[in-house]
Write a protein that binds this ligand. Structure first.
Ligand SMILES: C[S@@+](CC[C@H](N)C(=O)[O-])C[C@H]1O[C@@H](n2cnc3c(N)ncnc32)[C@H](O)[C@@H]1O
Length: 187
């Protein structure tokens, strides 16, 4: 299962209609999202239609609409990822989702910014909020799903190795096979 399979599963099951992707690159994911109402963000120029050549911060500064689904996959450094997650969570509809990629670095090497970076740290911080629920599909370097549902704060880990030792608990891991059994929004 790839990151876009998780997104497509949510779109189909919850009949989502609008999509924002932060960090599009070659459109591997964006081109697979079959929704009329979609916008991509990718700084540094893009010839793709519906993709804006601005940073996520610039986008959210002027954004005044909400989306059913936002995929966060831009700058993988924790401070920027955290800002993207916070901005995204206030930009989804009540029954919407924020999905974030690269939350399960396999080892310390993978925490370099051009790989998974430190997105996992941003997710830990978001997971302290009792009004946000977190599930992570154990696939494609970690695909985490955030929804606006009450949930006890997640554990605080000391460092990367502590995080790795308690991965399942820290990220609330589900297998790809079990994704279909999660009851988001009671459905
Ligand atoms: C990992 S790639 C995205 C891959 C794509 N989402 C996919 O599924 O194939 C990360 C992208 O984020 C873009 N990016 C970096 N900083 C960004 C920022 N501040 N705002 C939006 N996008 C950013 C990079 O230019 C790069 O194209």
């Amino acid at each position: 299962m790839k990151r876009y399979d998780v997104l497509i599963f949510l779109i189909n099951k919850y009949q989502l209609r609008s999509y924002l992707e932060i960090g599009v690159r070659e459109s591997t994911t964006f081109s697979r999202i079959n929704l009329e109402d979609k916008i991509g963000i990718n700084p540094g120029g893009s010839t793709l239609s519906k993709v804006l050549s601005i940073t996520s911060d610039q986008f959210f500064l002027q954004n005044d609409r909400k989306f059913d689904l936002i995929f966060v996959d831009g700058d993988h450094r924790s401070a920027q990822a955290l800002r993207d997650l916070k901005n995204s969570l206030i930009s989804i509809n009540d029954n919407g989702f924020v999905v974030v990629h690269d939350t399960m670095p396999h080892n310390l090497e993978y925490t370099q910014p051009n790989w998974c970076g430190t997105v996992f740290r941003a997710v830990q911080e978001i997971n302290q909020d009792p009004s946000i629920s977190l599930h992570t599909v154990n696939t494609d370097h970690g695909v985490s799903i955030l929804s606006l549902e009450p949930s006890p704060p997640g554990p605080l880990y000391k460092d990367f190795f502590d995080f790795m030792d308690n991965l399942s608990l820290c990220l609330n891991i589900v297998t790809p096979e079990n994704l279909a059994h999660i009851k988001f929004y009671g459905k």
